[in-house]
Design a protein around this ligand. Structure first.
Ligand SMILES: [Fe+2]
Ligand SMILES: [Fe+2]
Length: 148
C-alpha cells in the first residue's frame, strides 16, 4: 500500500491551501494506520475534511473566475463520490477495499496537488485580495498589490 507522507514537494507557497493539505495528509495517515475497529471513523474524518477542502477550493475558483475551474471542480466531485463509497464499504466491513482506496488516494493526492492545485495556488497568489482567502492568512499585510 502507498502510505501517504508529507513532503515539501507538496508545498504550493499559498498557506491557506498548504495548511489544509497538511491536515489532509495527517488524517489520511491516521486512516492508513488505523486498525479495522476504528477505520470507519478514521475514514469518515477524511471524508468530512475533504468536503471542506474541496469546497473551499471550488469556492475560490468560482469567486475569482479561474479559467481552469471546470476540470478541477469535476475532479473534486468524482473523487469525493469515490471516498463516500469508501465510507459505505468501511461501514459494511470491507476493510481491504478501503485500505486499497486509501493507497490510491495518497497517489492521487500528490498528483492533484502538484498539477491542478499548483495552478490554482499560482492564480490565488496573483489575486489582489487573496481571492477570498481567510482573512487571518496574511498577517499584517495591508500593502496593495498593484503589480501582478
Ligand atoms: Fe487541494
Ligand atoms: Fe484541488
Amino acid at each position: 500500500m502507498n502510505i501517504v507522507e508529507w513532503s515539501d514537494a507538496l508545498l504550493l507557497d499559498f498557506e491557506p491551501m498548504d495548511g489544509v493539505h497538511r491536515e489532509f495528509v495527517d488524517l489520511l495517515a491516521l486512516a492508513q494506520s488505523a486498525p479495522d475497529a476504528t477505520l470507519p471513523q478514521a475514514w469518515a474524518a477524511v471524508v468530512d475534511h475533504t468536503v471542506e477542502h474541496f469546497g473551499r477550493e471550488d469556492d475560490w475558483m468560482r469567486k475569482t473566475r479561474f479559467s481552469a475551474a471546470e476540470n478541477h471542480i469535476i475532479q473534486h466531485r468524482v473523487v469525493l463520490n469515490v471516498l463516500r463509497e469508501g465510507l459505505a464499504m468501511a461501514r459494511a466491513g470491507q476493510m481491504d477495499a478501503v485500505r486499497e482506496m486509501a493507497g490510491e488516494l495518497a497517489v492521487w493526492f500528490a498528483k492533484h496537488t502538484q498539477s491542478l492545485d499548483a495552478a490554482l495556488a499560482l492564480h490565488m497568489r496573483r489575486e489582489p485580495a487573496g481571492g477570498g482567502a481567510p482573512r487571518h492568512a496574511r498577517g499584517g499585510g495591508t500593502t496593495a498589490h498593484a503589480h501582478l
